[in-house]
Design a protein around this ligand. Structure first.
Ligand code: ZN
Length: 82
């Protein structure tokens, strides 16, 4: 089981890294971490907008959600308002 979880984590990490790169190359000025309503307290604490060089890596370290961290990156488009 541990091996399966590690593979899933690595896959998620790679996917999130690619997503962050797409946002960085788009129109966004910053990046937001969005969490679902069933996210764990760790992920909730990280929810918010970040500068690109300060954003934590997803999945978030210390996430305690049984099915794995489901936090995602989303672009912050200051140019077009909230
Ligand atoms: Zn979590």
């Amino acid at each position: 089981m541990a091996i399966v979880n590690e593979n899933t984590d690595a896959k998620r990490r790679a996917e999130q890294r690619a997503a962050l790169e797409r946002i960085r190359n788009g129109l966004a000025t910053r990046v937001r971490i969005l969490v679902a309503s069933d996210a764990c307290p760790v992920c909730r604490a990280y929810e918010g907008a970040y500068e690109f060089d300060a954003v934590p890596e997803l999945p978030l370290e210390g996430c305690s959600r049984p099915d794995g961290c489901n936090a995602v990156y989303a672009p912050v488009l200051d140019l077009y308002g909230p």
